[in-house]
Design a protein around this ligand. Structure first.
Ligand code: MF3
Ligand code: CO
Ligand code: CO
Length: 295
């Protein structure tokens, strides 16, 4: 028997469809562009993942702008608001603060932010679908300013949300924070995912494996990979003071298998169960980590 309370606590399966995508937004010409805007294909950057204090200061500044843009977008989340409108708000915040929206034009990505609704795991493209009461939406914003990127994302609840979805969001943020707390110089990168996976397993959540954290700084994605599952003995790179990367776990209420829409970006759970994600850019310090994407 399933009680009424249990039914009410259960998150709905999704049936999202691609919407209409508006033309790319303009960036004022005085704002400097990341190098991938000047050629086709992946970015070509050779900076070390270990940064000096001056570079870390610049990433902190880019991170602050990204975090404040995320807050501004979050305040606008409500039933009836389209994800295209969220894109407009984030885009304008970044440009008004001298930052380039790193997503715009990255490997051909058409908009300035990612907005991932319900069963979308990541890389949802803002479109003309109005948010609905009960939706959960991830907003992922990266700011490029001062020659470096700051990358952060968070979940927002649209009106009243079912208990299972609410808990998924809350526990995904805790998963990210626990992963960050496990960071110490001398430890292997794979401790982060070990801690996150152990936490997620308590709730029988899926831990997405095919999308990971990454080194970030002069490059948007440096090539360093930060798994959110227990990848040992792989991903055994030793963390060093000054290393900068993201921690951005994606947890699901069902499977971690995924499908991609024909837009070549939107990643949805294969069973249409809901997914949540939080992200910070962090730097390894003498005694742990500092979050660089705080408002
Ligand atoms: N911000 C995403 C990340 O956390 C990357 C988005 S790439 C885009 O790595 F092209 F989809 F915008
Ligand atoms: Co990222
Ligand atoms: Co991101």
């Amino acid at each position: 028997m399933t009680s009424l309370a249990e039914l009410a606590a259960r998150a709905p399966l999704g049936n999202l469809r691609p919407g209409r995508i508006s033309p790319p937004r303009q960036v004022p010409s005085h704002i400097s562009r990341p190098e991938y805007m000047f050629h086709d294909g992946p970015e070509v950057i050779t900076a070390s993942d270990v940064k000096d204090a001056e570079t870390i200061g610049r990433i902190r500044e880019a991170g602050r702008i990204a975090a404040r843009a995320l807050q501004a977008v979050g305040r606008a989340v409500a039933p009836g608001v389209t994800t295209d409108e969220l894109d407009r708000i984030g885009h304008e915040y970044l440009c008004d603060h001298g930052a380039y929206p790193s997503c715009l034009g990255y490997m051909g990505y058409p908009k300035s932010l990612c907005t991932s609704v319900n069963e979308v795991i990541c890389h949802g493209i803002p479109d003309d679908r109005p948010l609905e009461e009960g939706d959960i939406v991830n907003v992922d914003i990266t700011a490029y300013v001062g020659g470096v990127h700051g990358d952060t994302c968070a979940m927002f609840e649209v009106g009243q949300v079912d208990e299972a979805s609410h808990l998924l969001c809350e526990r995904t943020e805790k998963a990210m924070l626990r992963g960050i707390k496990a960071i110490r110089p001398g430890r292997e990168i794979n401790v982060i995912g070990r801690v996150i996976e152990a936490w997620a397993k308590r709730f029988e959540y899926g831990v997405v494996r095919d999308y990971t954290g990454h080194g970030v700084g002069e490059a948007f994605h440096s090539g360093l990979i930060v798994p959110h599952y227990d990848a040992a003995p792989k991903h055994a790179e030793v963390m060093e003071v000054g290393m900068v990367f993201t921690v951005e776990p994606m947890l699901t209420l069902g499977t971690i298998e995924w499908e991609q829409w024909d837009d070549d970006w939107t990643v949805v759970t294969a069973d249409r169960s809901r997914s949540a994600q939080y992200e910070h850019t962090v730097v390894v310090t003498e005694d742990g980590a500092e979050i660089l994407t705080l408002p």
